[in-house]
Design a protein around this ligand. Structure first.
Ligand SMILES: Nc1ncnc2c1ncn2[C@@H]1O[C@H](COP(=O)(O)OP(=O)(O)O)[C@@H](O)[C@H]1O
Ligand SMILES: [Mg+2]
Length: 395
């Protein structure tokens, strides 16, 4: 089974360098590896000093590169999907005919295409490892919430095959194994819906996909890494590695650097405490930029070698519903989430979680329709939402 590793973090922390070093190490192990950039400000060509672009290209033995270009993909590979989305969105408007020329990129659609491309690559089975170099945190979080969000909208506003769609939602799908609708009977929109479900399953399959956070021992970056980690957990993504980049070597005897070492030491300590139990690797602050194969090999040799960086590390399960004495409980591990930041609501079909500007709708399985949320909170870094058949009690 192929492995997908997604590297994320704040702008400029070293995501591309660290992702590329992994790709290089992987290829060196004789494993056919694809490095994919989903950052629109692509720089793989610059890093490898050879052309890498919108079609897969071989960089060295076993190492391939691809810089995703959503416009190109829309034109060449996903024209029909673009048309069906545009058709869907223009339903009810005066315009009846939709042609490719009318296809517009709605917000989030380009990110969605990038992910659908990754699903295609995974299914084609050409590569044993797919390593994804992402855009900075904010864009990556909005990319990663897209599959679920799109499904949610489709399900809400397009009644086609609604019964089938409901049972396919990520939560209930795991609980109630129900067959996909017959392929031949599906409309374009239903086909797209099924692709999106598959995409969610792939990205949340903890045997295949995991996320790695790249960070620096600096206040702002540490804070943003903690937030990023919390939101990724909130969306049910699995983080199994932290890379501390630009760590100063200890032997520096210049007072200027000694001061910086102390500052870094404080944040390294904080990161170790916060991310206990998650493998963490430190990358030294090198005296030159990480460009070219030699620089990447140095990172492989000095940092990654000897660590099981491609393995699946033992982990907690993601969100799940379970039975309790009084009803049902939804559990979702969200370390670092503070109770006062969390708001929980219920609609007819979903549990709605709000944390700051982020909102996630988790579908309520059919069996719990008509049940009410009786309480919610955080226990041992895990969010719980209890359901009871009685009346709602003041949430
Ligand atoms: N440990 C390091 N030592 C020296 N230079 C580094 C290190 N990590 C990254 N760089 C340099 O910092 C810049 C930003 O790194 P990059 O990997 O492109 O970050 P991101 O992809 O997160 O924006 C690049 O010029 C890279 O060569
Ligand atoms: Mg980058």
């Amino acid at each position: 089974m192929a492995r997908i590793l997604i590297f994320t973090g704040k702008g400029g922390v070293g995501k591309t360098s660290v992702a590329a070093a992994h790709a290089r190490l992987s290829a060196g192990e004789g494993v056919k590896t694809l490095l994919v950039s989903t950052d629109m400000a692509h720089n793989l060509s610059d890093l490898f000093q050879c052309p890498v672009g919108r079609e897969e290209v071989q960089i060295t033995e076993n190492l391939y590169g691809l810089e995703i270009d959503p416009d190109y993909m829309l034109e060449h590979e996903y024209a029909h999907l673009g048309e069906s989305i545009t058709a869907m969105l223009s339903q009810g408007s005066e315009k009846q005919e939709v042609s490719l020329g009318d296809t517009v990129m709605i917000p989030g659609m380009d990110e969605l295409f990038a992910l659908l491309k990754i699903l295609d690559l995974y299914e084609q089975g050409e590569y044993q490892r797919i390593i994804i170099d992402c855009a900075p945190t904010g864009e990556t979080l909005s990319m990663l919430k897209m599959p679920e969000l799109f499904c949610w909208y489709m399900e809400k506003f397009f009644p086609i095959g609604k019964a089938a769609m409901r049972v396919l939602s990520p939560v209930s799908n795991k609980l109630f194994k129900i067959q996909l609708p017959d392929k031949t009977a599906m409309s374009e929109i239903e086909k797209m819906f099924v692709r999106l479900i598959k995409l969610q399953e792939l990205l949340k399959d903890r045997e295949v996909t995991s996320l790695r956070l790249v960070t620096l021992p600096e206040k702002m970056v540490v804070e943003e890494t903690k937030r990023n980690y919390m939101y990724l957990n909130l969306y049910g993504y699995y983080v199994d590695g932290i890379y501390l980049n630009r760590v100063l070597p200890e032997e520096a005897d210049n007072p200027f650097f000694r001061e910086w070492e102390e500052i870094q030491g404080r944040y390294i300590q904080e990161l170790k405490e916060v991310f206990q139990g998650i493998p963490m690797l430190s990358i030294p602050w090198y005296d030159s930029e990480l460009r070219g194969l030699e620089a990447l090999d140095r990172v492989c040799r000095e940092v990654l070698a000897g660590h099981p960086v491609f393995s699946i590390i033992e982990h907690q399960a993601g969100e799940c519903y379970g039975k309790t004495d009084t009803g049902y409980r939804l559990l979702l591990p969200v370390p670092l989430l503070k109770k006062e930041k969390l708001q929980v609501y219920q609609s007819a079909t979903d549990v709605i979680l709000k944390v700051g500007n982020f909102k996630r709708n988790i579908p309520i399985p059919n069996t719990l329709r008509g049940w009410e949320i009786s309480s919610a909170g955080i226990q041992e870094q895990t969010l719980y939402v209890d359901f009871r058949k009685e009346e709602r009690s003041g949430l």
